[in-house]
Write a protein that binds this ligand. Sequence first.
Ligand SMILES: NC(=O)c1ccc[n+]([C@@H]2O[C@H](COP(=O)([O-])OP(=O)(O)OC[C@H]3O[C@@H](n4cnc5c(N)ncnc54)[C@H](O)[C@@H]3O)[C@@H](O)[C@H]2O)c1
Ligand SMILES: [Fe+2]
Length: 403
Amino acid sequence: MVRILKNITYRIFQFCFYYGSRLLPWREPQILKGPGSIAKLPEILHAEKISPVLVVTDQQLIKIGLADRLLKTLNEAHIAYHVFDAVEANPSTETVETLRNFFIEKSCRAFVAIGGGSVMDAAKAAAARIARPKKSLARLGGFLKVIRRTPTVIAIPTTAGTGSEATIVAVVTDSETHRKYAISDLPLIPRFAVLDPELTVGLPPSVTAATGMDALTHAVESYLCRFVSTRCRRYCKETVALIFQNLPVVFENGNDLAARQNMLTASYLAGVAFTRSGLNYIHPIAHTLGGLYRIPHGLANAVILPKALDYYGKIVHKKLSELACAAGLAVEGQTDSEAASVFIEAIIRLNRALNIPDRITEIRDEDIPKMIDWALREANPFYPVPKIYGSKELRELIDRIRA
Ligand SMILES: NC(=O)c1ccc[n+]([C@@H]2O[C@H](COP(=O)([O-])OP(=O)(O)OC[C@H]3O[C@@H](n4cnc5c(N)ncnc54)[C@H](O)[C@@H]3O)[C@@H](O)[C@H]2O)c1
Ligand SMILES: [Fe+2]
């Protein structure tokens, strides 16, 4: 009885939250797109009179010379900049604070984040802290806690997966507890995004695979949400089709620029969709694995995705069958449950083709209660999932993920 009442309360909350949020002043970043489009960034910086900028990146991107391309472009255009290159994968709250202090110390006017989701999120979270100097990151966690305008963030994704260049989200990991959590608010949507496929050609196949599966997970989770808008459904279908067509191609041949561009488009569209519609239980569990064991975000999602879809059962068959049709996987005359199985099987086959394991072996018994607590705290009551889970279901799902 208590559970029924709780579920009803969650549903009422979600209905009000998601329909109410459609009234908010949503925006999308201004996009530069196409091979070599990073060269056009100085035009924007000049037009907006933004200088000096803080280039945010990571050691790996400095090492392989990718960040250099941006610095060369800025040098040639005589745009003053400083560089912060100490962002780690799954950025910690400590890194975000250091980044924020560096931005203030150097009197920068904008963040130019060139890197994967970790780099973009670190810049977005630091921007949130600058807008709210008296609120700690922990207190900014959750929805709509930033409210104020942040310094400009320009996002240049070098992975095709997170869609962070389009979302209201910045995911950070608490340096002490290792809990990974999201700060989600509209001012965190970057003002500009550069979708230049040349920046992703050097991605190692394993990172291409994991990040691509992150985008697929965003699209599927978002599509399964209640109250998802017609436009977001369209974006999810487009993403799913693009990923089934292009991810195996870029995994085999990283230099295929057209396929790389398609992956960036897919990642962006999935970002727009999930930031408006919500997610399911897959991301919340993946976040616990990133925080506790530093498992790459996309890889965690890829492993959980087919298991979570199977665990939902009949309730998601119709929607999965629609996605199977969108991806050209379903055959005419199939029932919803047959087409849903085809879709789940196709994800399992894609994972295998991408050398993604079918389980997470790192999960320790003693961590499971913490994982359940963190995942439920992220998902309930916010995500308008098809079926509301409690601890029992999460434990069963986690058991399947490690089995
Ligand atoms: N803000 C959002 O909306 C959102 C959505 C999903 C995930 N995330 C978060 O994003 C983070 C994961 O981001 P990610 O999956 O992009 O990985 P990442 O940013 O952690 O990068 C993974 C690795 O790939 C390297 N790399 C990046 N681009 C490269 C390139 N072009 N060539 C060679 N190496 C390259 C990086 O240096 C790093 O070592 C997680 O913290 C996740 O929680 C955020
Ligand atoms: Fe993700």
